[in-house]
Ligand binder design. Structure first.
Ligand code: 2AM
Ligand code: CA
Length: 261
């Protein structure tokens, strides 16, 4: 895509994000229905579904040839990364959304033939947006975002999945102990925003494609290191333990994980 097409894509999705912000506010005030999915801790709301339907309808109009991979299943059964794929997580951090009405995100990413093109993460309650791509640059709201100072675990906060830490998945407790401090936010999108803006040096969680597609795109575009820690190459269509970190923190974490095995 050339710069004009990327600019049009960005402007279009930023408009959708404004609408999503309004839609979520309206739903919270007028109609909230909470259901459980796989367990009593795995929540979904009508807002997750309504926001995904909003995205799917608008993506279909804007980019009719593309396929859509969304958490709530209103998109397509995507089996290959060929062509253009839109990844959509309508509400990321649904537990935070239900219990706090804060610290939750909405995420969109576009890939073309397996390569990242553009992505958007919005802290919905704060209306705080990071958007961009490898050929476009990364922007925090309107301002160009620059890579923060490269610091390692001895000086930086690491963000971890609460569940992985609680159940002592190999690597997670060691990492929490090695860093100057650790944080658990309960939302991949909010965690990515902190790493992208230099408030934390790494984020590690086991995630599904719509949880990591946008974060990985923005992190790579900004010059952060991205990889998996389960010795599998990153596959955009399956779950994986995905790490995003500064160069120094990435090296620290890899050394630490090799030591444990
Ligand atoms: P969600 O709210 O969109 O489901 C903390 O719960 C983070 O992990 C959130 O980003 C959440 O996304 C995601 N998450 C929740 N359950 C998950 C699961 N079973 N596998 C992978 N990620 C999950
Ligand atoms: Ca979600």
């Amino acid at each position: 895509m050339d710069q004009i097409q990327l600019q049009k894509l960005d402007t279009t999705v930023l408009k959708w994000l404004d609408q999503v912000h309004h839609l979520v506010e309206q739903c919270v005030q007028q109609r909230m229905q909470v259901d459980t999915k796989s367990s009593h801790r795995d929540l979904v709301t009508n807002v997750d579904r309504e926001v995904e339907q909003y995205y799917v309808q608008h993506i279909r109009n804007f980019d009719p040839e593309a396929k859509i991979l969304g958490e709530e299943g209103f998109g397509d059964a995507v089996k290959s990364m060929k062509g253009r794929i839109w990844f959509v997580d309508p509400i990321d951090g649904t537990m935070n959304f239900v219990k706090q009405q804060a610290e939750f995100a909405t995420m969109v990413a576009v890939y073309e033939d397996g390569e990242p093109v553009m992505a958007w993460i919005m802290d919905v309650q704060q209306h705080d947006i990071i958007h961009g791509g490898p050929e476009y640059g990364v922007f925090h709201n309107g301002e160009k975002l620059e890579l923060s100072v490269d610091i390692g675990l001895d000086e930086g906060l690491v963000i971890l999945s609460g569940a992985r830490l609680l159940y002592e998945e190999p690597g997670f407790p060691q990492l929490a102990k090695a860093a100057i401090g650790y944080r658990v936010y309960g939302s991949a999108g909010i965690s990515y925003l902190h790493v992208l803006t230099g408030k934390a040096v790494a984020y590690l969680s086991r995630m599904r494609p719509w949880d990591f597609a946008a974060g990985v795109t923005l992190a790579k575009s900004l010059g952060l290191r991205v990889g998996t820690i389960d010795e599998q190459p990153m596959n955009m269509l399956v779950s994986g333990s995905v790490l995003v970190a500064t160069d120094k923190a990435y090296a620290d974490i890899m050394a630490l994980l090799q030591k444990k095995s």
